[in-house]
Design a binder for this molecule. Structure first.
Ligand code: SF4
Ligand code: SF4
Ligand code: SF4
Ligand code: FES
Length: 950
């Protein structure tokens, strides 16, 4: 997809949404025969036939409303002038869109609108991008007989409270598009039309400022507004964009397509791409507005080196920095063996970049010491789904949820972490799908405008596996298994073993209710609903994986879906909600120490032979070190060098003090990042990273959808990340010679069976591709396991509940669990450097009123949180969203030290940390913890060491 001229040519707006009926209806519009699916509006049929009809209140992302009366047409045999946007087509209909009478009426309507509108077009921010202006031109409006009372509205006060968009009521034509966008597209219902007649205007909340209302700043209303009433502040400041480029959001695993609209290489605004197959033109506050970090003054744009972390940083050329890193790595290997160094790939970087880093480690370092941040989030998904279904990925498209009758959300809060998908899910819930939420907290998912969970199973943190076995017990013992599906699709012996296991009385809801903390009758009712309510889909998040039994729980989920036949078609499935933009991709690309790209085990000699031949090396068959093992090895002196691209392990990994000790023990840490992050404070070489706006490549979202990332501006520090990895590899004596990331993808495709049919060219043609994409599925695979499981027969695995070692005691009587918030993203490195801090400027500890009162803690008090690992201090939010005995925090700010408290406990199969269960005590305090004071001092010192050189 090349740049398109945006100046006057917006995407075609068909006026009303497309219909998918199979029956085609043929009609005649201005003498042209048109065939469209039944249910299509006359307006859409007309635009599809190349005959535009003037319109104001209609747009094809929203259902027709019929209020502006500008789109009137004449229909043979019908009285009057029906609105084309609300009139469905009928066979044989004869429509006329252009007659003198229609022209007259339309001009009259426009005359009324314009008389009530300030005519400051020349200085208006929407000049050149205003539908009112366009339609006035289309209908040939030349005079306004009623005067220009719109001038009066100029006195109306603008609402500038939102940092990203402005609301100027004087320009509102009361078309209702924003109200409908907030309801239909976003599902927040924050807007209404207030007042009557001439005085009516849009109002947020209870006639409040946008920032005071329930508005979540998704921007759908801004996009829907046909005038300058709701406008991005960047457009007001900079003017209209002149070119655009299609790319993919670099925040969460939804992977929204965006049109980056620019002036030269300056981004004016990010507009969700209507043809984006993951988001269909919608976005959240992060993707649409929080991109300012890319040009933030904190960006580090010069390579730097230093011998010790107490030395000042020294700015050097790229050549010098890369040669120094390479010579240090080789020195360490010469002295301590080739396994003494390793690398970490980034789930924020592109597939091509992750592939290159693992290639560098395996081919140039000569070992398999490569890991990725998926280790700390979804590694149990990879393991659990591979064991049961045969592929380490979710089974569905996002759109599949529109065919679900029952939606089960386990340990995930998509409203905060996957907002665009949450909007789609909530749309389905408003249509009547049933909802089961399994979460210790009352999240925004539990109830929203016009829906409420049928069951909220508020379990105790750490009891997921007991819960899934209890649900399975009900399904098996009450005869709710889909026997035909199991007989045809699953492994008989493993099913029989599993059935016998879950049927045991000790797995019954009654036996487990006290452990889980949920009444047995609720467990039974939820299990029955899942098994018998029609198409049932499971969506899960880190509340499933980040546990000592994370992998067991993933397998338990797959067992449940197989037993009820809820796999292999639309509306069902097992769907991990991937956190970061490219966490699926970084795993696909061979970022784990035991797996080559495409999840082939490193011990598989035939897979290795292909890579050996292509890369010209002999790969080691031994799995390398995982991240936690790297830390252990650093502390025992056998691991001394690390190349860390785009991941902040000091902030994101558990037990911060342990991580810091391990890094302090290393001799050469190379950090490649946008900012001097927490990990960079322990680094010896800093290589400036590039943002998603500065590179070409691909991201793979939670649906296995590979989408293009396109460079819209030159790399600020001179190189995109993939180029830097190439430089380092060359300096290590293993040159890689890719001229463009498309060549890297070609290599990936040639070596990875599930990517065999993927190329930049094909992605450009199709918009995106879901892997597997190969000879059997040349257009990609939207739904997996349709005719059979990837592994052949689906395999049931016994999921015995083992209580975590992390026990509550008198000393640590509460359980701390963690999560995210809508406006911030992970370690916050990006979102903290945007206006999103206006919504969330600090991490807080949520505590139940009962627990707060017992400890004398009031709203906003400073509280100390102590675990077996460490202590930190946060302010308290007293809320019933958490249950008694459970406290909760987010982890977006380094100074919060959320991971100072989390422990080294981890998933038995994958080492994914048990972030979701930490036994703690909480007490009122008056000063920051010792760790926080030391963190502040260390941060100051490190910043001084940067400044010393500048
Ligand atoms: S920004 Fe989004 S949530 Fe806020 S009013 Fe507009 S559509 Fe509604
Ligand atoms: S704010 Fe914009 S979209 Fe909303 S009613 Fe007014 S003109 Fe229409
Ligand atoms: S939902 Fe995720 S991918 Fe989409 S705009 Fe928001 S952060 Fe970006
Ligand atoms: S566009 Fe049809 S009535 Fe407004």
């Amino acid at each position: 997809m090349n740049s398109i001229d945006l100046k006057r040519q917006a995407d075609t707006d068909y006026g009303t949404p497309a219909k998918t009926a199979e029956i085609l209806v043929t009609l005649e519009i201005d003498g042209v025969a048109v065939s469209v699916p039944a249910g299509t509006s006359v307006m859409r049929a007309s635009v599809e036939a190349g005959i535009p009809i003037p319109k104001l209140c209609a747009t094809d992302t929203l259902e027709a409303f019929g209020s502006c009366r500008v789109c009137l047409v004449e229909i043979e045999g019908r009285k009057g002038y029906p609105a084309s946007c609300t009139t469905p087509v009928e066979a044989g209909m004869k429509v006329r869109t252009q007659t003198p009478k229609l022209a007259d009426i339309r001009r009259g309507m426009l005359e009324l609108y314009i008389s009530d509108h300030p005519l400051d077009c020349l200085t208006c921010a929407a000049n050149g991008d205003c539908e009112l202006q366009d339609v006035a031109g289309q209908v040939g409006l030349r005079e306004v007989r009623y005067g220009y009372q719109g001038e009066n509205h100029l006195a109306l006060k603008k609402d500038e409270s939102n940092p990203y968009f402005s609301y100027d009521p004087s320009k509102c034509i009361v078309c209702n598009r924003c109200v409908r966008a907030c309801e239909e597209t976003q599902g927040t219902f924050a807007l209404t039309i207030d007042g009557r007649g001439f005085e009516s205007r849009v109002a947020a909340g209870q006639n409040e400022a946008f920032m005071e209302s329930e508005c979540v700043s998704c921007g759908a209303c801004v996009q829907a507004c046909p005038t300058a009433t709701l406008t991005e502040k960047t457009v007001i400041m900079m003017g209209q964009p002149t070119r655009s480029e299609i790319t993919t959001c670099a925040y969460c695993g939804v992977g929204c397509g965006f049109k980056a609209e620019l002036q030269g290489d300056k981004v004016v605004r990010m507009v969700p791409w209507k043809d984006g197959q993951a988001n269909h033109g919608h976005s959240c506050v992060k993707g649409r507005f929080a991109w300012g970090y890319a040009t933030h003054k904190d960006r580090m744009l010069k390579p730097m080196i230093r011998k010790k972390i107490t030395d000042p940083w020294q700015e050097v050329s790229w050549d010098e920095a890369v040669s120094y890193a390479a010579s240090e790595f080789r020195r360490i290997q010469a002295a301590h063996g080739k396994d003494a160094i390793g690398g970490i790939t980034s789930s924020r970087c592109t597939n091509e970049e992750a592939y290159l880093v693992q290639k560098l480690v395996r081919a140039a370092f000569g070992n398999n010491n490569v890991d990725t941040c998926a280790r700390v989030c979804h590694s149990p998904t990879g393991y659990g789904l591979k064991q049961t279904l045969g592929e380490s990925a979710g089974t569905q498209t996002f759109d599949s949820v529109m065919k679900s009758d029952v939606i089960m959300v386990i340990g995930a809060n998509p409203v905060a972490a996957h907002p665009v998908f949450a909007s789609q899910m909530r749309r389905r819930l408003r249509q009547g799908a049933k909802l089961i939420v399994i979460d210790p907290r009352t999240t925004e998912m539990v109830r929203g405008p016009h829906y409420e969970a049928d069951y909220h199973l508020k379990l105790k943190p750490g009891t997921n596996v007991a819960m899934i076995s209890a649900l399975a017990h009900v399904i098996v013992t009450e005869g709710l298994v889909n026997d035909a599906f199991v007989a045809e699709r699953c492994d008989t012996q493993s099913f029989a073993d599993w059935k016998a296991f879950v049927s045991r009385p000790e797995n019954s809801p009654e036996a487990m209710a006290a452990v889980i903390g949920v009444p047995a009758e609720d467990l039974r009712a939820a299990a029955r609903l899942y098994a018998t309510g029609g198409n049932a889909a499971i969506y899960y998040g880190l509340g499933v994986t980040e546990h000592a039994q994370g992998s067991t729980m993933v397998m338990g989920i797959a067992n449940l879906a197989m037993a009820t036949g809820n796999v292999g078609r639309e509306g069902v499935g097992v769907n991990p909600l991937r956190g970061q933009n490219n966490v699926q991709g970084s795993c696909d690309m061979g970022s784990f120490p035991h797996e080559l790209p495409g999840y082939r085990h490193i011990s598989d000699s035939s897979a290795r032979a292909q890579f050996d031949a292509r890369w010209g090396v002999t790969l080691s068959p031994e799995p390398g070190l995982r991240i936690p093992n790297m830390f252990e090895a650093a502390l025992d002196g056998s691991f001394r060098g690390l190349y860390c691209q785009g991941e902040d392990i000091v902030q994101s990994d558990p037990n911060t003090q342990h991580v810091a000790e391990a890094l302090s023990a290393m001799e050469c840490i190379v950090v490649q990042d946008l900012f001097l992050n927490e990990t960079a404070k322990y680094a010896h070489v800093f290589l400036p990273g590039s943002s998603f706006l500065e590179k070409d490549g691909t991201f793979t979202n939670a649906e296995r959808r590979i989408s293009r990332v396109r460079k819209v501006m030159p790399a600020k520090a001179g190189y995109s990340d993939w180029e830097v990895t190439q430089l380092l590899s060359a300096a290590l004596g293993y040159p890689m010679q890719y001229a463009h990331p498309s060549e890297i993808m070609d290599e990936i495709a040639s070596l990875t069976p599930s990517f065999a049919g993927v190329s930049f060219e094909k992605i450009d043609q199709q918009g995106s591709l879901q892997w597997p994409c190969n000879e059997q599925a040349p257009q990609g695979t939207p739904i997996m396991h349709v005719d059979g499981f990837v592994r052949g027969k689906g395999r049931f695995i016994i999921t015995k509940y083992i209580a975590t070692d992390e026990k509550v005691t008198q000393r640590f009587p509460l359980i701390l669990t963690t999560g995210r918030i809508l406006s911030q993203y992970n370690v916050g490195a990006q979102t903290r450097r945007t206006e999103n801090v206006r919504w969330h400027s600090e991490d807080r500890l949520e505590i139940h009123p009962h627990d707060a009162e017992e400890r004398g803690i009031r709203q906003d008090d400073w509280v100390g949180i102590e675990s077996r690992s460490g202590q930190t201090v946060l302010r308290a939010t007293v809320t019933e969203n958490v249950q008694p005995g459970v406290v909760y925090t987010t982890f977006h700010f380094p100074e919060s030290g959320a991971n100072v408290i989390t422990t080294d406990n981890s998933d038995w199969a994958t080492n994914c940390p048990e972030y979701k269960v930490t036994a703690v005590q909480v007490m009122p305090v008056t000063q920051p913890s010792a760790w926080q004071q030391e963190h502040e001092r260390f941060t100051r010192e490190q910043l001084e060491l940067v400044r010393a050189d500048s």
